[in-house]
Design a binder for this molecule. Structure first.
Ligand code: SF4
Length: 695
């Protein structure tokens, strides 16, 4: 279906799906892609790929692609196609009107982890310089914002510590709340190769994921915890390490802050944190907790890889800090084969965070209240910056409902489908007066929009993506933008219409500005990426030419590593007689997030619906057979799916994916969120499940 003939030339670019960031050769016939071939010199993938990167790129030319800007006065009016000039002028005049009437803080922007570094940098610049506030946030808010906070607090920087290649030196691999086989397949293959060579494996997950027991790999320990009890588990592991004398005393003395260590040691050693005390809370037998802790602490190089099963909880940030504590306590930081490695979901989630898409941070994770840093940006941008942090995405929704937030510029993010508690999001959007959606498809959020600006796919623009190992790779334009403008050009024109002209002819100039203003990017240039293939930040005058493969080698970025107390607090999502099961969510290999891209490619043949996994005991109790339709009800809402009866989930736990809008998984997730970052608690929702007739 998609292989069109013999290629005439090829262009190297980077996959736009997951945070592995595989390099690909787009083989071309004229301006048409013939096939995507994994790039053998790509350092993240070394010639490998998964089904998404290899085959699921046809969405770029799908008939649903939007190519004309559109406006409408009210969301009940039909759309009118207009020129780029008219659409941008209308959007700008609406934002100006709103600010004149309701104040400077009444508008904001959302950046996308599917857009390039250069594009997200421009959106936050537009918000700060043209809107004059800090109301900018990123879709990382709903996935890895606790990683940013947790690793920032403990180590001093918001990024994974290793390269993917480092796993080849690991003796013990601990996978927490991640399912790499489905969500990060190329890295999963690398990890499995190491496991087949004899590395030991600990999996901490409420579900029996592929890594627990597949034809070639078997976990040495599967801690099948109850959803929502991560922090109890990580603190129990720390308890064993402390009380059984398994600490890396020399590393701690030399590299870590002694005061915080002593406080932490006293805390984790308390009897209430012992495995025997928490086993009934988390559902993992004490003996398993003890054995896993011993293996992690004494098995040689031990590396932790974690995913959204860690971050998307009310205690997401606490859990990230708990993981960081474990690695410091055992000296598993600062060399190959060890480390703390968040497996980022979207291709450029690391980059969108690096580029200052947070309401409190400028590019390079520098706080907006820092007058020296602010001064550098003010001098370069020619404006005064607001020193006060702006609104996070959930705060924007709340402010919209109380009438103080009225206008939103949303680039490449379908917040209606992605964010929890859909009804709440829809009500907030309905209360706004101007929503500008920039996307390649007319997504669910566009139903609430007044201006639609057609976006460009990764094949239609130049720029860079940064993957989960901080690797900056080039995205290269292989075909012209379907709508005539790349996303970065649209932002430049919108800024100009708002009265803040930006002058760039090519994304390379944007990267030059980023490098000049961001110390960790100081040595990043397109010419160097061209020559070396990719770079890893920090990349500057103090690092190797290609940047930094392993972080925190001699010292932590913050100086001494800081231990932080991880007090377990039960989630508000409690099972009751009305809602007796806990729902958790995840992904499958052939689909990607809300499916906007993969559902419009041949990958759709592989899997065409979201299903609810339910344990045979729970299914039998309710008279549910495999394939039956079931109704799922939570405190937030209800939806209908077909059931898969399976022992992959434990009794009392159900699981689903969220790739198809009709399944409405986020209609049932609640607005409970992480205490530090507001990352939603997607991974724990108390529900009831009952059989229903086919809808
Ligand atoms: Fe793309 Fe991720 Fe698959 Fe690599 S592993 S091809 S980056 S989706």
């Amino acid at each position: 279906v998609i292989e069109l003939g013999q290629p005439e030339h090829s262009i190297i670019t980077t996959c736009a799906y997951c945070g592995v960031g595989c390099g690909f050769k787009a083989e071309m016939k004229g301006s048409e892609v013939v096939r995507m071939v994994p790039w053998k010199d790509g350092k993240a993938n070394e010639g490998h790929s998964c089904v998404k990167g290899r085959f699921a790129w046809g969405y770029a030319t799908h008939k649903d692609r939007m190519t004309k800007p559109m406006i409408r006065k009210s969301i009940t009016d039909p759309w009118t196609e207009v020129s780029w000039d008219e659409a941008i002028a209308y959007a700008a005049s609406e934002f100006k009107r709103i600010q004149a009437r309701y104040g400077r803080e009444a508008v904001g922007g959302i950046t996308s982890s599917r857009c390039t570094n250069e594009e997200t940098y421009l959106v936050q610049k537009l918000v700060r310089a043209a809107f004059g506030n800090n109301n900018v946030d990123t879709c990382a808010r709903v996935c890895h914002s606790p990683t940013g906070y947790g690793l920032g607090q403990t180590y001093g920087t918001s990024a994974g510590t290793q390269t993917f290649k480092s796993v080849e030196k690991a003796d013990v691999i601990m996978v927490i709340g991640a399912n790499p086989t489905d969500a990060h397949p190329v890295f999963a293959s690398r990890m499995k190769r190491r496991l087949r060579q004899g590395a030991k494996l600990i999996v901490i997950d409420p579900r029996r994921i592929d890594l627990v027991q597949s034809p070639h790999v078997r976990a040495d320990h599967h801690l099948q915890l109850r959803p929502g009890t991560n922090v109890a588990v990580v603190t129990a592991l720390a308890h064993v390490i402390v009380t059984e004398g398994l600490l890396a005393a020399d590393f701690i003395a030399e590299r870590c802050d002694d005061k915080s260590f002593e406080t932490w040691r006293e805390f984790v050693a308390r009897p209430e944190n012992a495995p025997e005390a928490v086993q009934d809370v988390c559902g993992v037998p004490a003996a398993e907790l003890r054995a896993a802790a011993r293996l992690y602490a004494t098995g040689g190089n031990a590396a932790i890889y974690y995913g959204l099963g860690v971050t998307e909880h009310a205690q997401g940030s606490t859990m990230v800090m708990g993981i960081a504590n474990l690695a410091m306590a055992t000296g598993n930081i600062g060399r190959e084969g060890v480390g703390v490695n968040p497996l980022r979901g979207q291709n450029n989630v690391q980059g969108s965070c690096d580029m200052g898409s947070f309401p409190h941070e400028l590019p390079g994770y520098r706080h907006i209240s820092d007058s020296t840093v602010r001064g550098d940006f003010e001098a370069a941008w020619g404006v005064r910056l607001d020193p006060e942090p702006g609104l996070r995405i959930p705060n924007m929704f709340d402010a919209a409902l109380d009438g103080s937030f009225k206008g939103l510029y949303c680039q490449g993010e379908d917040i209606v489908q992605s964010d929890p508690d859909t009804q709440h999001v829809a009500a907030a959007l309905s209360a706004m007066e101007c929503i500008v959606v920039q996307d390649i498809f007319l997504n669910e959020t566009a139903k609430y929009a007044h201006v639609f600006l057609p976006g460009s796919s990764f094949l239609e623009k130049d720029g860079t993506f940064t993957n989960a190992e901080r690797r900056i790779s080039r995205v290269r334009k292989v075909m012209p933008p379907q709508a005539g403008l790349a996303d970065w050009e649209v932002t430049v024109r919108l800024a100009e219409a708002l009265g803040y002209p930006m002058r760039y002819d090519h994304p390379e100039q944007i990267m030059q500005e980023i490098a000049a203003l961001t110390p960790t990017f100081r040595g990043v240039t397109y010419a160097k990426i061209e020559r070396l293939g990719s770079l890893q930040w920090p990349c500057n005058e103090t690092t190797d030419e290609a940047g930094t493969a392993i972080m925190h080698r001699e010292r932590f970025v913050r100086g001494k590593g800081r231990f932080i107390i991880t007090q377990y607090v039960p989630t508000d999502e409690k099972v009751t007689r009305k809602f007796p099961l806990l729902l958790t969510t995840g992904r499958i290999l052939s689909q990607y997030n809300v499916g906007a891209q993969t559902r419009r490619t041949p990958n759709n043949l592989w899997h065409d619906e979201d299903r609810l996994e339910i344990h045979p005991h729970d299914a039998e109790e309710r008279g549910i057979r495999d394939g039956d339709w079931v109704g799922i009800q939570s405190r937030a809402g209800d939806t209908v799916l077909r059931a898969t009866v399976t022992e992959r989930v434990a009794p009392g736990v159900v699981y689903t994916t969220f790739h198809f809008p009709e399944s409405g998984a986020n209609v049932i997730t609640t607005d409970s969120s992480d205490w530090a970052t507001n990352c939603p608690e997607y991974k724990v929702t108390a529900v009831q499940v009952m059989p229903v007739a086919q809808p």
